[in-house]
Write a protein that binds this ligand. Structure first.
Ligand code: SAH
Ligand code: SF4
Ligand code: F3S
Length: 467
């Protein structure tokens, strides 16, 4: 059943009206600060929050403690993400005591967790405004109501499966941009809370996506990142029959120079998609393909719906079709019941694939998920010993890989000045590796050809090759 709610244009117009009414309010909050946790979805939602707040006449304030409104866009994928967010919110309570009129807001995935709205109401009386992931577009209305009434606006609804087009976006870079292609997730991996807090899979229409990409390209954006929890099931819920591969093809035709996408589920990785990547020069040579575990027994318990053999087969297919593709992954260690043998299967798979890099996590039980009820919790010392071994292995693999790149070249989008040294530029290679190089005649936003000369732990060093 398709439960997608497409927010009608009249509702979006109503929100714009709230924005202008808010702007005209005497003595209203003037400045805002947004603290963002979590993944790219949240980063992009924060760009929408900022876009709406600017439309409401508010200005960004660099110093959080001085802002009239501090919004926390939270993540709940692991316990530590949650702890960090709540720690910061609670700490602001003290600041609020010395800054009367300060508004504290909370939104994002955590707010959508079961019982959270209640907890905010009872346990966090200093939180003035709260809303869930499906109603981000209602910020003008929620904030207006809170300010006019002088009362808290805790508007956490179960309305999750929305698609709202036309929300203003304040993008954090003029050269790189996120473009959502789909929201939500249907996979229900047994450890994961995302499907509960982000709702069901729903795709934006091809028309809306292309219009956004074309607009970005006209504004000078050079690289886009197509976003979704599982981008390769794009289009399955749409009336028009279209696959993610076809979407990539159409996006490629807009003339945008670099296309990235995130994230892909191995079970939905089709040969059609591999072929499209091979033939589409705009698609960057980087594929993030989370494996989670190398043990078939654990993969089954995780409800990942592929085997290690099927995963390795897909890796082989991608590499045969696109030999210069860089693979990265996510791995969870210490899933309930993970034995030493299971973990060694993960080590062997990591060794065999040879990822460019890997995000590694210790399993964190999430209330409401299937895995949280599974027996066989792994003791902390075992979990941390395993993750250390895995990290060491991946560091060796990354080092070998970096070494093999010395002397070769790749195109790099210059994203800024290096943090450590102002005379150096930093950028991302097509394979998504951070590269530092000497600042010559180019500017931030340029795409240059760089030859790699040396490497550090996580970055490469190189020199620009003039054409
Ligand atoms: N939709 C994406 C990413 C989801 S969250 C995907 O499927 O790849 C990003 C990563 O967090 C996951 O890939 C997983 O490795 C990790 N993760 C999710 N839930 C977790 C949990 N309960 N404990 C530890 N890591 C988790
Ligand atoms: Fe979570 Fe799995 Fe969905 Fe990714 S695919 S968001 S890990 S349930
Ligand atoms: Fe976290 Fe929500 Fe992303 S739980 S990882 S911010 S989808």
């Amino acid at each position: 059943m398709n439960t997608t709610i497409r927010i009608p244009e009249e509702e979006m117009a109503r929100q714009r009206e709230y924005a202008s009414m808010f702007k005209a309010l005497p003595g209203r909050p003037e400045t805002y600060h947004i603290v963002t946790y979590g993944c790219q979805m949240n980063a992009h939602d924060s760009e929408k929050l900022a876009g709406m707040l600017e439309e409401m006449g508010m200005k960004f304030c660099e110093v959080k403690e001085e802002a009239d409104l501090v919004l926390h866009n939270t993540c709940c994928v692991r316990n530590n993400a949650e702890r960090k967010a709540m720690g910061n919110v609670t700490w602001l309570k003290e600041i609020k005591a010395t800054h009367p009129g300060m508004l504290i807001g909370i939104c994002g995935c955590m707010v959508q967790e079961e019982g959270m709205a209640d907890a905010i109401l009872r346990r966090y009386p200093f939180i003035d405004i709260a809303f869930g992931t499906g109603t981000v577009y209602k910020l003008p209305e929620n904030l207006y109501k809170a300010v006019v009434s002088g009362r808290r606006n805790i508007a956490v609804s179960q309305e999750q499966n929305t698609i709202a087009e036309g929300v203003p976006i304040l993008r954090s870079s003029p050269y790189q941009a996120y473009v959502t292609v789909m929201y939500g997730c249907n996979n229900f991996c047994s450890y994961c809370i995302v499907p509960y807090v982000r709702g069901r899979e729903r795709s934006r229409t091809l028309r809306d996506i292309l219009a956004e990409v074309e607009g970005l390209q006209k504004q000078g954006v050079r690289e886009i990142m197509l976003l979704g929890q599982n981008v390769n099931s794009y289009g399955k819920d749409l009336e028009e029959h279209i696959s993610f591969a076809q979407l990539l093809h159409e996006v490629g035709k807009t003339g945008i120079e670099r296309i990235r996408f995130m994230t892909s589920h191995p079970k939905d990785l089709s040969d059609e998609l591999i072929e499209e990547i091979a033939g589409n020069k705009a698609v960057c040579r980087h594929f993030h393909l989370p494996v989670q575990s190398g043990s078939n027994r654990i993969l089954e318990q995780m409800n990942r719906r592929y085997t290690r053999e099927a995963y390795l087969d897909k890796v082989h297919r991608i590499r045969s079709a696109v030999p210069d593709i860089g693979l990265t992954t996510d791995i969870i260690v210490a899933f309930p019941g993970e034995t030493e043998e299971d973990f060694e299967d993960t080590m062997r798979l990591t060794e065999e694939v040879g990822y460019d890099s890997a995000f590694t996590f210790i399993y964190s039980p999430r209330e409401g998920t299937k895995a949280a009820l599974m027996p066989g919790r792994i003791p902390d010392d075992v979990a941390s010993e395993r993750i250390q071994r895995l990290i060491r292995l991946q560091e060796e693999k990354t080092e070998q890989f970096f070494k093999s790149l010395i002397g070769s070249c790749d195109s790099v989008l210059i994203t800024g000045n290096s943090k450590r040294d102002d005379h150096m530029f930093t950028g991302k290679s097509g394979r998504n590796i951070s590269v530092n190089f000497e600042n010559t005649d180019y500017s931030i936003g340029d795409i240059v050809n760089v030859r790699f000369t040396s490497y550090g732990k996580t970055t490469l060093r190189g020199e620009i090759i003039k054409e």
